[in-house]
Design a protein around this ligand. Structure first.
Ligand SMILES: [Zn+2]
Length: 297
């Protein structure tokens, strides 16, 4: 069975797996009113039946106008760039327990688009295949994502030769840096066989929940786990993230950066083994991602 790390290099088109294609539904770009928590506007006493439809419609319009005005007045105060960095460090550690990490470099030539782990480059930053410029963000990701998105990726390997690739995408102003893997994977020819919630116990806090996806495309069997973090919230659920974003926008007038943390590994024949591998890895990685508290003066 081929490892995902190997496959990413063998099939450059897979490079954009972990950031996913633009969500066609553009949920992030919905109007504020569509994103807002539902509001009820029940009258205190039962109105005459003929007025009920009118009053209900008028009430809805007023609520929508109110929310739109509220959003319009507050949106000016929102500044992603000055907000916290999605509650996570921007860099990935070089080592996670027994796992050693290395950067991946992508050729920026459209005709090549190959990728190389750092260890294959001997310190050079030009493509060994075509001589093109190498960068830590793939050309596909660069073309796809808003320029203020921040992408960090490392491929980790243990002594058994197993690989786990970790990607953190930090959203920019447009928020569309982060998309649902459930839509991007099928768009890239993967079928998602199963999805479930993986609960990872953590020391000193409540367990972390990840969305776990098993996907396949031909001989490639992939296990992917992910969660979102931002504005003091943490969730494995895309729609819950949208609700948090709408709440923070409308009620608090802020738009925190969100992080999308994803992990990919090859799925073993015995899926329990690969699931356990991801869970053990996350347990060690998670504390290393938390920002260091500022030293009191
Ligand atoms: Zn090249």
């Amino acid at each position: 069975m081929l490892g995902v790390g190997t496959l990413l290099h063998r099939y450059p088109a897979l490079q954009s797996l972990s950031v996913s294609i633009q969500d066609p539904s553009r949920l992030d770009d919905r109007k504020p009113s569509e994103n807002s928590p539902s509001e009820s506007c029940a009258p205190s006493e039962q109105p005459p039946a003929r007025w009920f439809g009118f009053n209900q419609g008028a009430c809805s319009v007023l609520v929508l106008l109110g929310l739109t005005a509220l959003f319009a007045s507050r949106i000016r105060e929102i500044d992603v760039a000055s907000s916290q960095t999605a509650d996570l460090r921007r860099e990935l550690p070089s080592q996670v327990g027994e796992w050693k990490g290395e950067w991946i470099f992508y050729c920026q030539s459209e005709k090549c688009m190959r990728s190389f782990p750092e260890s294959e480059l001997d310190g050079t930053r030009t493509c060994p295949s075509c001589g093109g410029i190498l960068d830590q963000v793939s050309l596909g990701e660069r073309n796809l994502l808003p320029p203020d998105s921040i992408i960090t990726r490392r491929m980790y390997q243990n002594e058994e030769g197993k690989h786990i690739t970790v990607t953190i995408v930090l959203s920019g102003n447009e928020q569309r840096s982060i998309h649902r893997p459930q839509q991007c994977l099928p768009a890239q020819g993967f079928s998602i066989d199963q999805s479930s919630v993986l609960t990872v116990p953590l020391t000193g806090r409540s367990p972390l929940q990840l969305m776990l996806i098993h996907a396949q495309k031909g001989p490639i069997q992939m296990l992917m786990g992910y969660w979102f973090a931002g504005g003091g919230h943490e969730t494995h659920d895309h729609f819950r993230r949208m609700a948090y974003m709408a709440w923070d926008n409308l009620i608090h007038g802020i738009r925190p950066r969100w992080a999308y943390v994803s992990l990919q590994t090859s799925a073993s024949t015995n899926e329990k083994i690969s699931t356990q591998r991801l869970a053990d890895f996350v347990r060690e990685l998670y504390p290393l991602l938390k920002p260091v508290a500022p030293t009191p003066q």
